[in-house]
Design a protein around this ligand. Structure first.
Ligand code: GLA
Length: 478
């Protein structure tokens, strides 16, 4: 056995995981689950902190993800348990009526001033992350809202469920463990609660969920995270989890959430994507992500657009980024930006300019990658070198302009490229999470060994490694 094998996180074998989950569910809840549903995490080649500005993102759905075994209840309660040892606190009971009441939605019971009379239920405070259970409760809440517009997704009043959850993703590893939880729970709720689920039992649901319905479900999962959990997600994670494709990179235009699926087989013939989980946990709800986003939004408002993507033409070039930055400088008062310059909405002008530059150059990199992966005539080795170069340029932008990187990620990017990776970058929201590297297949072990060594030498937590295989989207496991 290779010495680094223990640090490699396997996606496992879905049917075996499902069988184990079913057995545990029966022990926990005293009955069999109606099914098991899965949703993948993601790795994003490029397009961080731009989904909420209408930019393009290039994510892949992973083979790693979250599994939910579930059975319905008729009392409006959610009883949840996770098998993750770090998060498990036994069965947690939540009430969807209580979520309605505190989120102040348009649901029945929310406006009549009556507190839901339920015991053994968490106190719910909107906008405060009080744990992973919120993501699940929020998902059911958002599906119920969606069902008000789409009859086949109606959730009957009083619907509840027992859920047992396990994941092959590192929780907080910047690989969208939150979205995988939302999307797997979403499929379980669609299957158990809605007319669509009733009409399409078992694996028939996969085909019944066409791309349009999946786009609606992704938007609902995003709503759960924004409105119930209170984290500023922009829809990238939920979209690829529900709409990815095996063997493909998703090219997601966040202006209207249209997707193209670009084959990755040419790029991955001689190369592989490797995710390196720094094990510095990343949590979107802690405010730093929102702070960076607020800087870029202040720049956006000063520039008079509704989203930063509108500052660039359809097919942007580097000169278009320069022109937008020059416009910013003009409006911000020209010289002196680096010092204690005039603020935007009370924010640092220099910091807002850096966030703007990150967003614009990141959007440009996404368009370049989209062209390469669409097959603009480059032969695979040249394309891989170019993709690697763009990855590393993206990291510099995450570090210097978005300012969401951290020492372990910087060291791992440098080490991976030094050990033969064609490029590497921090992915996800930042402040923790994972680095993605593009590695020649015959250098994968060398990169893993070098990454493990540098962390040991520099006193960082030992990293873990995930082989990134572009995989199928959220689905019924059976
Ligand atoms: C998190 C958010 C996404 C996106 C990324 C950064 O994962 O949930 O919507 O903004 O950060 O690109």
């Amino acid at each position: 056995m290779h010495s680094d094998d223990a640090a490699r996180l396997s996606p496992g074998e879905p049917h075996r995981i499902s069988a184990g989950l079913r057995t545990r569910f029966a022990e926990e809840f005293g009955r069999d689950p109606d099914g098991v549903w899965f949703a993948p995490g993601r790795a994003n080649l490029n397009g961080e902190h731009v989904d909420f500005h209408g930019g393009r993102c290039l994510p892949m759905a992973l083979a790693h993800g979250t599994y939910v075994a579930a059975a319905p209840r008729q009392d409006g309660l959610l009883r949840l348990r996770t098998m993750d040892p770090e998060l498990d606190a036994g069965v947690q009971t939540l009430s969807i009526a209580a979520v309605d009441a505190v989120v102040g939605g348009d649901a029945g019971g929310a406006d009549d001033g009556e507190a839901p009379v339920i015991t053994d239920v968490h106190t719910l405070v909107p906008g405060q992350v009080s744990g992973w259970t919120w993501y699940v409760a929020g998902t059911l809440w958002a599906l119920a809202r969606l069902g008000e517009d789409i009859p086949e997704l109606t959730v009957p009043g009083g619907f509840g469920a027992d859920l047992l959850i396990c994941s092959t993703l590192p929780i907080g590893g910047g690989l969208s463990s939150s979205a995988a939880l939302e999307c797997s729970a979403m499929l379980a709720f669609v299957a158990l609660a809605t007319p669509l689920g009733a009409a399409n039992p078992g694996t028939a649901l996969d085909a019944a969920l066409d791309d349009e319905l999946r786009a609606h479900l992704a938007a609902a999962c995003m709503r759960a995270e924004v409105e119930v959990v209170g984290a500023g997600t922009g829809g990238l994670d939920q979209t690829v989890s529900l709409r990815g494709r095996a063997g493909h990179v998703v090219s997601l235009d966040c202006r209207d959430f249209t997707v193209a699926r670009l084959p990755a087989d040419g790029l991955l013939a001689e190369h592989a994507f490797l995710a390196i989980d720094t094990r510095q946990a990343h949590w979107l709800g802690d405010g730093q992500f929102d702070d960076r986003r607020a800087d870029s939004e202040a720049a956006m408002r000063m520039l008079g657009v509704d989203r930063l993507r509108d500052l660039l033409p359809e097919r942007p070039e580097a000169g278009d980024v320069d022109a937008a930055l020059a416009r910013f400088d003009e409006l911000a008062g020209g010289a002196g930006l680096a010092g204690d310059a005039e603020a935007l909405e009370g924010r640092s002008t220099a910091a807002c300019r850096r966030r703007l530059r990150h967003a614009l150059t990141e959007m440009l990199r996404s368009e370049q990658l989209d062209r390469i992966l669409t097959g603009d005539g480059l032969e695979p080795t040249t394309a891989a070198v170019e993709v690697g170069r763009i990855l590393t340029a993206g990291h510099a932008s995450m570090r210097d302009d978005a300012e969401v990187s951290f020492p372990a990620a910087d060291a791992l990017v440098e080490t991976a490229t030094g050990a033969g990776a064609l490029g590497a970058r921090l992915i996800g929201g930042g402040f923790g999470g994972s680095v993605l590297a593009l590695v020649p297949r015959d250098r994968e072990d060398a990169v893993i060994g070098a990454a493990a060594r540098v962390c040991e030498e520099q006193g960082f937590t030992a990293p873990r490694f995930l082989h990134v295989e572009p995989s199928a989207p959220a689905r019924v496991v059976g």
